[in-house]
Design a protein around this ligand. Structure first.
Ligand code: GTP
Length: 278
């Protein structure tokens, strides 16, 4: 079966790092993967690129030649890809049916929340025989890059509303793309395990308690409803990933394999229980 992961998520959540680590982890278990760069704004990679959207169109050229800004230019590039999908199909045709692809996507969340381009891409991949898993990354921490690279900007942990916002964005991608889907919480190597658990364990009541304290009475029914969605649907649950821990990469991969193999028929379960005895 031809399989692929569509790696999505806001800017800086670790999509390219995830692709590199997933590629390396799969190699250690004898699974050959090919990474496709679908970010027309990408500059360099730490992983071997099988093929690259920038060979079709680059953001720099679009901005220069059409006078678009970065966001409009990116959307233009993605729409151009959709209008030229034969470019991608011709490249994929060269590979065998057992080959496994990881698509490293851009960080503009509107691509996953309401614009039709990713949905069109996924429909095409499905028509070409791919079993697809959407992998949506949310960072437990976020970084500012640039003048002070690797400086920690905001700690999601200090602000449950940011965590909720990340969950709602992933939910929006799930609803929009209708793919077998795995949510991954990245940068967990930077956080204390017990702190992460507070966010991920619905029985802790931590999210609702924090939101209740932080918001005006008027918003509390909404906070409760959102927390119920997060707690009741294991499909919205996040798999914590620690890139320094091979076991953690393997757990993420098992969730993806499970999603690909069982897709929409998957019984809602707490992901952490699912592999507890393995
Ligand atoms: N400690 C730690 N750092 C990470 C992790 N994932 C990513 N980073 C760092 O976070 C920064 C952003 O990572 P990228 O992989 O470039 O993120 P991205 O989502 O591809 O970013 P965009 O392409 O801008 O959307 C880099 O400095 C990475 O080294 C992680 O799991 N742990």
């Amino acid at each position: 079966m031809r399989c692929c992961q569509i790696v999505m998520g806001p800017a800086g959540t670790g999509k390219s790092t995830y692709c590199k680590n997933m590629h390396e982890h799969c190699a250690t278990t004898g699974r050959m993967t090919y990474i496709v760069n679908l970010d027309p704004a990408a500059d360099n990679f730490d992983y071997p690129v099988a093929f690259d959207i920038r060979d079709l169109i680059s953001l720099e050229d679009v901005m220069e030649e059409l006078g678009y800004g970065p966001n409009g230019g990116l959307v233009y590039c993605m729409e151009y890809l959709i209008q030229n999908l034969d470019w991608l199909q011709d490249l994929l045709v060269e590979y065998s049916d057992d080959d496994y692809f990881i698509f490293d996507c851009p960080g503009q969340i509107e691509l996953y929340s309401h614009l039709p381009v990713m949905k069109s891409l996924c429909s095409a991949l499905s028509d070409w025989g791919f079993a697809i898993c959407g992998v949506y990354l949310v960072g437990f921490f976020s970084y500012i890059r640039g003048l002070m690279p690797r400086q920690i900007d905001s700690l999601f942990i200090s602000d449950p509303s940011k965590f909720i916002s990340g969950v709602l964005c992933s939910l929006s991608a799930m609803v929009q793309l209708e793919l077998p889907h795995v949510n991954v919480l990245t940068k967990c190597d930077l956080a204390d395990e017990q702190e992460i658990e507070k966010y991920l364990d619905p029985s802790s009541g931590y999210l609702l308690e924090s939101l209740t304290q932080a918001t005006n009475d008027k918003w509390q029914p909404l906070s409760r409803a959102v927390c119920n969605v997060i707690n009741d649907y294991s499909m919205v649950a996040f798999v914590p990933m620690n890139i320094t821990d091979e076991d953690s990469m393997e757990v993420v991969l098992q969730h993806i394999d499970h999603a690909i193999n069982y897709g929409e028929d998957m019984e809602p379960k707490e992901p952490k229980d699912e592999f507890a005895d393995e």
